[in-house]
Design a protein around this ligand. Structure first.
Ligand SMILES: *Cc1c(COP(=O)(O)O)cnc(C)c1O
Length: 383
């Protein structure tokens, strides 16, 4: 990314040589992403991240089709970038069905088929969930949509998937997934924050949300973030190259970590699919009964251990995560959830360090819990 901040700082839309260099860098990045998605480079649009991509995929396609139908299908466990975009569409008169999930956080194909209607114009199902790692059956849903279109002799519904969490570990081949739009972002794959890429299948109707210049084939106006785009493509290439090896390594670490916690802490449960099943290899979401997630996060932070509770984006709200609630989890467990996200730098000795401190923290918090004492005392377990 570095040369594109100073040496090659030209506007990718300019005609002079410096601009053309930036243009070349953007087009190379576009080709690199397209190679990973198994699509043509001209179907890739760069955005400011996952949120913008999800907004454009949903609002852009729904608004383009509002004369054709009013019904949209999505799921209860989507990221807020999808759920809140759907709220906006509801206010514009669209009808939204949010599919439930089972206790593992998985959408059922049967429920999906039942929800399909003649006026369904759009379906949006995330590839993998950010809170508890459940990998959804995107290709199966995609095939079901193709079948529906054939049987009903229609072009609808279009199919969007939010693949932000999947990009580091799963196959993003849009032909295998049968998606019409797909979104990834830099920040989930060791890339720069504030940049994303979006696939838009040729022929997919879409009205832009940002108006201005003719950049990105008129689908997304504004001067391109050249260093961000270059960094995003490099990050994507890098994670995809290492995804198989890294998955195996992280699954082993997850099993080791969960076993160790199970031996030292009572009343805990893994949320979401079993390790190694339909679950992202880098995600462990664990509930600790009778403990507040926020308290655990603050305690662990004192020890330099960084994890989250609920979803990171809602850590300032007191409601338990909408994802855990959708899985039917009782409040006592939903409130005491921790999300450990592993990555390239995670080692066994780091996990041993967590296993050394977490049981003490849990014991202390359980002792102080109103369930046990009726009062909340000041905590005292220190490093
Ligand atoms: C992080 C994330 C987003 C939002 O992406 P930004 O780049 O922060 O806008 C959307 N969906 C999922 C599943 C995510 O994990």
């Amino acid at each position: 990314m570095a040369p594109y901040w100073d040496k090659y700082f030209g506007n990718a839309g300019a005609l002079y040589a410096l601009g053309r260099q930036s243009f070349q860098a953007v087009e190379t990045a576009r080709k690199e992403i397209a190679l990973g998605f198994n699509c043509q480079p001209d179907t890739i649009v760069f955005t400011s991240g996952g949120t913008e991509g999800d907004n454009l995929a949903l609002i852009g396609v729904a608004r383009a089709l509002k004369a054709k139908g009013k019904h949209i299908i999505s799921t209860q466990i989507e990221h807020h970038a999808v759920l809140h975009a759907l709220d906006t569409l509801k206010a514009e008169g669209f009808e939204v069905t949010l599919l439930p999930v089972n206790s593992e956080g998985l959408v059922s194909l049967g429920e999906f088929k039942k929800a399909l209607r003649k006026d369904t114009i759009l379906v949006s199902v995330m590839y993998a969930n950010n809170e508890m790692g459940a990998i959804q059956p995107i290709a199966d849903i995609g095939r079901q949509i193709l079948k529906w279109r054939r049987e009903n002799n229609t072009l609808y519904p279009y199919f969007h998937t939010d693949a932000c969490q999947a990009a580091g570990y799963l196959d993003l081949d849009v032909e295998k997934l049968h998606v019409d739009t797909m979104v990834i972002n830099g920040s989930k794959i060791y890339g720069p924050k504030g940049v994303g890429a979006m696939y838009i299948r040729r022929g997919t109707p879409l009205v832009p949300m940002i108006y201005g210049g003719a950049q990105e084939k008129g689908k997304r106006a504004g001067t391109e973030n050249v260093p961000g785009i270059v960094g995003l493509a490099k990050a994507y290439q890098s994670v995809q190259k290492h995804s198989t090896k890294e998955s195996i390594r992280l699954i082993k670490l997850s099993e080791y970590f969960l076993n160790a916690l199970n031996k030292t802490i009572s009343k805990i449960q893994l949320n979401g699919p079993a390790i190694g099943m339909n679950r992202l290899p880098n995600n462990l979401n664990i509930s600790f009964m009778d403990v507040e997630g926020e308290a655990m996060v603050l305690y662990l932070d004192e020890f330099g251990i960084m994890c989250s509770t609920g979803s990171a984006c809602t850590s300032t709200s007191l409601e338990p995560s909408h994802v855990l609630r959708a899985m039917g989890m009782p409040y006592e467990y939903a409130h005491g959830s921790l999300r450990f996200t592993f990555g390239q730098t995670t080692t066994k000795s780091q996990l041993d360090y967590v296993v050394k401190h977490l049981p003490n923290i849990i014991a202390l918090l359980r002792e102080m819990s109103p369930v046990n004492t009726g009062i909340v005392k000041h905590a005292s377990y220190k490093k």
